[in-house]
Write a protein that binds this ligand. Structure first.
Ligand code: AHR
Length: 508
């Protein structure tokens, strides 16, 4: 017998969480695996432009309206000499990248990446190396990128063919410095000190920049949240954001628990906010610390294959997770979680963008296609701009092996006042039955339904591959209706939904 499940939701313009910073829909390109080489850059590819960038990849990235891309790492940055990646390409050294046991040819570096980011209308979120290097290399890189002219490093940039400064606004102070896998791992005190000094001088070079200090590498780190407290104690007045990283997997094939992982993500965010506010109170500071969730995704499918990879090749196929339908549903729920915390999480980066745990995959010399997780990312990025509204939700719940009291319905609403549009993003976590959603949005009585887009699949493990790139694709006839400010929609089992409403326009 089919169980009938019902959930209710109320949306009110006054239940404002906050303005959504567009950078919430950021992503990440690391010199890792085939992200850069064979991902964004493949000069021999039939689709390559005059700079060697793949046009098919550019088109897919643009479709997602990615506003900011973190670069060049990740673990890679902790051993990176940025000077290796600028100047005449033929003179650039090949280096051993110890983070990913690969060979880095340095054919793409800071300037080329900035040029690529311009083509997709994205800002660059630049990370500096605080592993093997420190404040000197960091301040020089800021000068190279952002100082107009008339100094050694800015004139060097100009001599490399980049007259205008790159004006990079967002900078990461290293990467995952608490992790034993990190080149130049540090204690919280060691990192807090170097981050605070680097921040100070980087802002002396360019006071307009914003800085992200490293939080713990994940909520599971034994030093979490002590690391955050200590690092902020040293850096609170110098930095603008604290980073969070988190990946989830389903290795035990326990999908009910897997789909509830976004609740853990929410708890993680709450703990980091609490820690930031504790240091704010302790330091009698007036400043609000914001969060940068600059690595998040599902990551587990490729771990076994990666362990077998031979070292020291250029662009080896690493971290090539092929995502399933259920992965897309969790990614959707993680995006809803980010939106729910839009008052404090101002930057977030889906890790990563192309080939490496990515929404976009490519074949060398072949095609580029959208993985399942591409869809919730694209939908929220394109339509989730404006004000995050907190919906009042009443939903039946379930207990999974790992997490109890899991609401079947996970949802958020975004109101775009300028465009007179309201968009609901919703996940039905239930694996057995659809969920009948009744949503009161009475202040939007003069709105009408534009589309109800659904991503569902009979097979939770269905994937998009080179041979079948559209196995999991959304359809736009989900069947939601709106009457008198009440929306009614059936959310299929284990589905991602986007319900778009817009103000009814009088016929002219
Ligand atoms: O995104 C892949 C890797 O995950 C990053 O290099 C690192 O920061 C994290 O551990």
């Amino acid at each position: 017998m089919q169980v009938e499940r019902k959930a209710k939701m109320i949306i009110d313009k006054d239940y404002r969480i906050g303005d959504i910073d567009p950078r919430l829909y950021g992503s990440f390109v690391e010199h890792l695996g085939r992200a850069v080489y064979e991902g964004i850059y493949e000069p021999d590819h039939p689709e390559a432009d005059e700079q060697g960038f793949r046009r098919d990849v550019l088109a897919l990235v643009k479709e997602c309206k990615v506003p900011i891309v973190r670069y060049p790492g990740g673990n890679f940055v902790s051993g990176y000499n940025w000077e290796d990646g600028v100047g005449p390409v033929e003179l650039r050294p090949k280096r051993l990248d110890l983070a990913w046991r690969s060979l880095e040819p340095n054919q793409i570096g800071t300037n080329e990446f900035v040029s690529w980011a311009k083509l997709v209308n994205a800002e660059v979120n630049m990370a500096v190396n605080l592993g093997t290097r420190g404040i000197d290399a960091a301040r020089n890189l800021v000068e190279y990128c952002n100082h107009p002219s008339g100094s050694y490093w800015s004139d060097l940039r100009i001599s490399h063919g980049y007259k205008d400064p790159h004006r990079i606004k967002t900078w990461c102070l290293g990467n995952e410095m608490d992790g034993p896998w990190q080149i130049g791992q540090k204690t919280a005190v060691e990192y807090g000190r170097i981050a605070s000094e680097a921040a100070k001088v980087m802002k002396w070079v360019d006071p307009s920049i914003e800085l992200v200090a490293c939080g713990s590498s994940s909520r599971q780190m034994p030093t979490f949240p002590e690391w955050e407290a200590t690092v902020l104690d040293h850096t609170y007045e110098q930095v603008d954001y604290l980073s969070l990283h988190q990946y989830y997997g389903n290795p035990e094939n326990d999908t009910p628990s897997f789909l509830a992982k976004s609740m853990e993500m929410d708890a993680f965010i709450q703990s980091v906010i609490a820690t930031c506010d504790y240091i704010k109170a302790k330091n009698r500071s007036k400043k609000q610390m914001y969060l940068s969730f600059d690595e998040w995704n599902v990551w587990y499918h490729s771990r076994e294959a990666d362990a077998k990879q031979q070292p020291w090749s250029i662009a080896p196929p690493l971290l090539e997770d092929i995502y399933t339908h259920e992965d897309a549903v969790l990614v959707g729920s993680m995006l809803i979680t980010l939106l729910r915390n839009a008052d404090r999480v101002k930057i977030a980066c889906l890790a990563q963008l192309v080939n490496v745990i990515a929404p976009i995959m490519t074949e060398k010399g072949g095609g580029a296609w959208r993985q399942t997780i591409y869809y919730p990312f694209m939908h929220t990025s394109v339509y989730g701009r404006g004000t995050a509204l907190r919906p009042i939700i009443s939903s039946p719940k379930y207990d999974s092996k790992e997490i109890t009291d899991v609401p079947y319905l996970d949802a958020m609403a975004v109101y775009n006042e300028a465009e007179e549009a309201l968009t609901i993003f919703a996940v039905n976590r239930g694996l057995e039955a659809s969920l009948l959603l009744t949503c009161e949005a009475r202040q939007f009585g003069d709105y009408q339904l534009v589309e109800h887009l659904v991503l569902e699949s009979e097979d939770l493990k269905a994937r998009n591959t080179a041979a079948n790139p559209t196995a999991v694709t959304p359809y736009s006839t989900g069947g939601a209706v709106m009457a008198d400010g009440v929306i009614t929609a059936q959310l299929p089992k284990c589905s991602w939904n986007m319900i778009r409403l817009a103000k009814r326009r009088e016929r002219e």
